[in-house]
Design a protein around this ligand. Structure first.
Ligand code: SF4
Length: 453
């Protein structure tokens, strides 16, 4: 049987898709070369924005045609929209065979057996308050597929924050933390399978706690795993950037110079209405502290963020504070969004969203500002030599692509008569910089092994 996974949304979903793929691998299934080649399609969904959900309904409509083309094909929906809609999903799309919430992933193989035995429209969205002993968080994972980056390791699920615009706490539940020994087991297992870089993930990953251990302690412990060359984490909440975490960023050599630190708005008034529980100036001071602490590391710290425009009640003056924040924080990049009202969130009671054309125009202005700052920061890297970890190789075109320690996308020609492979480390001299990528030439690398070695 061949499977195809369609993944939407955040890195938590990417991790869940990787986990499902690992489980299917273990059951003897293999990835389909294309959708048409697949016997099983799993759509791993996102419900954070209304537009994401609308898009997935469209995808499901197209998959009805896919299903009809060959009898016996199986269609499953997983992720946040599956959790949110539950039974309503199969009522609206009765051709969906399986609806599975994020906490039920370990049950995927047995549920697929039930579908194969003739049961249809199965719904399993039971939330997990404490991860059971047999969950993926406790059992070692199946042998993973060939190395593919980024490779995520989940350390925290759910969220205890109550941001008024966000549906995540109601879909993913309260925070649960994965025991340190199990995190270490998974990292060791990945290294045995050839991985050299992992990214620890959680919705508010730096709020992690395990017994007396905080997130900084987890980082120190993971960094000791032999064979690990690079360590990252995401997504951080400004409230949990502790002095210990700032020190860890400075002291752990393999911890990369990169942090994703959502700010959401530059206006204190809007931040209050969003219940973010920090002020703009506090955010800036955290970024300054992180930059100072990492000043001696190989690359300048890259900071990225999430920003929302058009939140209910956002005035032009509030928006100006967000534009100013781009200059002040010097973000390398930002994920910018128009506010999307979500069912069950407190922001619905805060009044009407900013009219769409106004919000759209603000989004365009914000994107211009973010791009200008990001481009200027990338240009500062011209002439420098950056270490990259190769994550894509196109032998036909003779080019490779990798990520620097600060998560910059770097393209370079594969040196003449050489070969390259995903997961190799190399050094690239940068001679071109744009807003979203850099280019250069390989100056020293494992990937310089002679062809045929
Ligand atoms: S921190 Fe706020 S925005 Fe992030 S997942 Fe939690 S509630 Fe949502």
């Amino acid at each position: 049987m061949k499977f195809h996974l369609l993944t939407y949304g955040c890195q938590m979903n990417v991790y869940d898709s990787d986990s499902m793929a690992d489980l299917l691998f273990e059951r003897g299934m293999s990835p389909a070369a294309s959708l048409e080649d697949a016997d099983l399609v799993l759509v791993n969904t996102c419900a954070v924005r209304e537009s994401a959900q609308d898009r997935i309904w469209g995808v499901l409509g197209n998959l009805l045609t896919w299903k009809k083309r060959r009898p016996g094909r199986i269609l499953g929906v997983t992720g946040c929209m599956a959790q949110n809609e539950g039974q309503a999903l199969v009522e609206r799309a009765d051709y969906v065979d399986l609806v599975l919430g994020p906490d039920g992933i370990t049950r995927l193989p047995e549920l697929l057996d039930e579908v194969a035995a003739g049961r249809r429209g199965l719904v399993d969205v039971t939330p997990e308050s404490t991860p059971p002993e047999d969950s993926l968080w406790h059992a070692p994972l199946a042998a993973p597929q060939p190395p593919r980056y980024p490779r995520f390791v989940s350390v925290q699920k759910g969220c205890n924050e109550k941001c008024t615009f966000c549906i995540v706490p109601s879909v993913r539940g309260f925070e649960r933390y994965r025991p340190i020994p199990h995190v270490l087991d998974e990292v060791k297992m990945l290294i045995e399978h050839g991985y050299r870089e992992v990214t620890l993930i959680g919705q508010t990953v730096n709020a992690y706690q395990y017994g007396d251990a905080d997130f900084a302690e987890l980082l120190y412990r993971v960094a000791e795993v032999p064979g690990l060359a690079r360590l990252r984490f995401t997504t951080s909440h400004p409230r949990w950037i502790t002095p210990r975490l700032v020190s860890a960023m400075a002291e752990i050599p393999i911890l990369c110079e990169q942090i994703h630190l959502p700010m959401q708005s530059g206006s204190d008034r809007v931040l209050r209405r969003m219940k973010r529980r920090y002020q703009a100036e506090e955010y800036f001071q955290l970024v300054d502290a992180l930059r100072r602490a990492t000043a001696d590391k190989p690359e300048p710290l890259a900071v990225s963020c999430d920003l929302i425009v058009g939140f209910p009640g956002e005035t032009e003056e509030d928006f100006q504070r967000t534009l100013e924040a781009v200059e002040r924080a010097q973000w390398d990049s930002a994920f910018t969004f128009m506010y999307s009202p979500r069912p069950g969130t407190a922001a619905l009671r805060l009044g009407e969203p900013v009219p769409r054309p106004v919000a759209h125009e603000r989004l365009l202005r914000l994107n211009d500002r973010v791009k200008a700052v990001g481009t200027a920061l990338n240009r500062q890297l011209l002439g420098r030599t950056l270490e990259i970890l190769v994550d894509d190789v196109n032998e036909e075109k003779g080019v490779l692509c990798g990520r620097s320690r600060s998560m910059k996308t770097v393209h370079a020609p594969i040196p003449e008569g050489r070969r390259a492979a995903v997961g190799e480390l190399g050094e690239v001299a940068i001679d071109f910089a744009a807003a979203h990528h850099l280019k250069g030439r390989v100056v020293q690398a494992e990937l310089c092994a002679a062809r045929g070695d």
